[in-house]
Design a protein around this ligand. Structure first.
Ligand code: ZN
Length: 409
């Protein structure tokens, strides 16, 4: 038994914080929550006195690329170092991400399922992971690992991270099965280009057939997997939403087709805008990447505001891997810059994020019966969410009831 006491409880539900709260943890779960007036502290419990600190649910990033390092091909394809060094680098990033307050991360492509298993087996420390392995798209789409000069990633074929390229209805069904067989928790695919995609493949260009989208979504759901779809605008965005994907990643031009928000609401489709990545492309992207990021900026903010107004759930995802790891909370700040209240932005990285990845019953809020994924923060993030960035104010991290960072006792 462990007891955390004296904290300001921000439970992730968006409700008023509770002062001087006490949380009782039994093994990997939260057993009880209350205050000194209604909770008796078990006599054999380890007491963590955290007076003056804020207690939040472990944070969740719905869109990261933990195995990516840079946008240049050498960094992205892992050509600039030995494979073992790369794996150790990924393990280090996983630990860094966990101690910055992120207890769960959904990887949107690149990370093989062995890292999830190694964490679950406690060989290394890191967030609870959901992996998608590779981004599925037809030949010519963003999932293709072919350089502009026509060379393929020499690290392929890698049976742990199968190529994402698939064509035709049967090809899509087969590829989904292949990903699930290789350990994917979630299916990631792309219907459009993006900011970083090659010149000529823009954010509103569709690179997949309607029949292929329907087959992929149908097969994934048939196998009990959720589907996350990279789609920025135009027909690729519309068809993905109509096909009933579970989350729209990026969605920068949703504002141009507001009727889609109604469908998202009806079908319970989440929206992961990933502002963080565009703050990078805007400043440091390729010439066409910068142009695209600047063009979408106002649309993107408007899309989020319209989504919130419509009641669509907006969740936090950084799309990191191109520029930095360990600052997943940058997205929480970005969401407040786009008009969310601090409390809404925290929900976007806790309760709503947990629902987005299908773990709403287990994590995302501090409630009795849920997994004990908890972080202690110096200061009050409701006053200033940016204190969460880089884990600067995070002094204690617990995942599944186990302590991974404790710089308070
Ligand atoms: Zn991504």
């Amino acid at each position: 038994m462990k007891v955390i006491k004296g904290v300001k409880l921000i439970d992730g539900t968006g409700g008023e914080p509770i002062n001087d709260a006490i949380i009782v943890i039994n093994a990997d779960r939260i057993e009880a929550i209350g205050t000194t007036s209604n909770i008796s502290i078990p006599h054999n419990a380890k007491i963590i006195n955290a007076s003056g600190m804020s207690l939040l649910p472990g944070l969740i990033d719905c869109h990261d690329h933990l195995a990516y390092f840079g946008y240049d091909i050498a960094g992205r394809w892992g050509l600039d170092e030995r494979r073992s060094t790369r794996y150790m680098r990924i393990a280090s990033v996983l630990d860094q991400t966990l101690v910055s307050g992120y207890t769960t991360v959904r990887d949107a492509g690149g990370l093989d399922a062995g890292f999830r298993d190694a964490i679950d087996q406690k060989l290394i420390s890191g967030p609870r992971l959901q992996v998608s392995l590779s981004i599925i798209s037809p030949t010519g789409g963003v999932g293709e690992e072919t350089s502009i000069s026509g060379y393929e990633n020499p690290n392929f074929p890698d049976p742990s991270v199968p190529s994402g390229v698939a064509n035709g209805v049967e090809g899509m069904r087969k590829k989904v099965r292949e990903m699930v067989h290789a350990g994917a928790d979630v299916i990631k695919f792309a219907t459009t280009g993006g900011a970083s995609s090659k010149a000529g493949l823009g954010p509103k260009d569709m690179v997949i057939g309607l029949d292929e989208i329907n087959a992929l979504v149908d097969e994934a759901h048939h196998l009990g997997k959720r589907v996350m779809c990279h789609a920025l605008g135009g027909p690729g965005l519309k068809h993905a939403i109509e096909a009933g994907v579970d989350s729209i990643e990026h969605g920068a031009y949703l504002d141009e087709d507001p009727d889609l928000l109604e469908i998202m609401l009806q079908k319970d489709i989440f929206f992961t805008p990933t502002f963080s990545v565009y703050t990078f492309h805007e400043k440091f992207g390729t010439p066409h990447g910068k142009e695209r990021a600047l063009d979408m900026k106002e649309h993107h903010i408007r899309s989020v505001q319209m989504a919130l107004e419509a009641g669509v759930k907006v969740v936090a995802g950084t799309d990191a891997g191109g520029w930095i790891h360990g600052n997943n909370a940058q997205e929480i700040t970005c969401l407040t810059n786009a008009g969310m209240s601090p409390s809404q932005a925290i929900m976007a990285a806790t309760k709503n994020a947990a629902e987005c990845i299908g773990l709403g019953k287990e994590i995302g809020t501090i409630e009795a019966g849920k997994k004990a994924d908890l972080i202690l923060v110096e200061g009050n993030p409701i006053d200033d969410v940016s204190i969460l960035e880089k884990g600067a104010s995070v002094k204690f991290v617990m995942k599944d009831g186990q302590i991974y960072l404790d710089s308070i006792s």
